[in-house]
Ligand binder design. Sequence first.
Ligand code: 5GP
Length: 192
Amino acid sequence: MHQSDLRQGNLFVVSGPSGAGKGTLVAHLLQELPDAWVSVSVTTRKPRKDEIEGKQYFFVDDAHFDALIEQDALLEWAYVYGGCRYGTLRKTVEEHIACGQQVILEIDVQGAFQVKEKMPAAHLVFIEPPDLTVLEKRLRGRGTETQEMIEKRLDTAKVELSQKMEYDVRLINDDLDEAVAELVSFINECAD
Ligand code: 5GP
């Protein structure tokens, strides 16, 4: 069979405030849809304890990130929470879509809108926390961020929540199993 005989996959962009549970949701999603593929972004943020190069992110310095922009290797990129840059590697995303896979990008709202502009067929999914108090509790519970970083993430969360109506669907991550089921059925509907 030729590559051109294969059905193209679809692109799904999952965004939502830090602490809304996107990571957990996507991890559970992969158990339900093992053929889906989650893109690994490039970032200038320093790795956290337990993070592994090439698993959560490809960790690069500013010069490397500049070179990727210069080479047009990024489908989208943005400054998230001030100082650090995050971006999606264009080539791997295109390759996995061409192979017929359901491709998931877990990226911020600025990146999501850039993707929609370049690939209008992309489906944008916004994950909402039940409310801001729950969000703050989850952020503090992680214990990975300083007080200042938590404040910054909460401020950004408010801005992100104000843009949720621009997304194709919104899922409230109150009950994890329910949110996973809703996301799986949305992906399956789009793939039909
Ligand atoms: P964290 O530092 O907690 O891993 O991620 C911070 C934020 O960066 C999250 O909201 C995540 O969605 C966003 N992010 C991760 N990768 C990318 C990316 O490639 N592009 C953009 N625009 N945002 C990203």
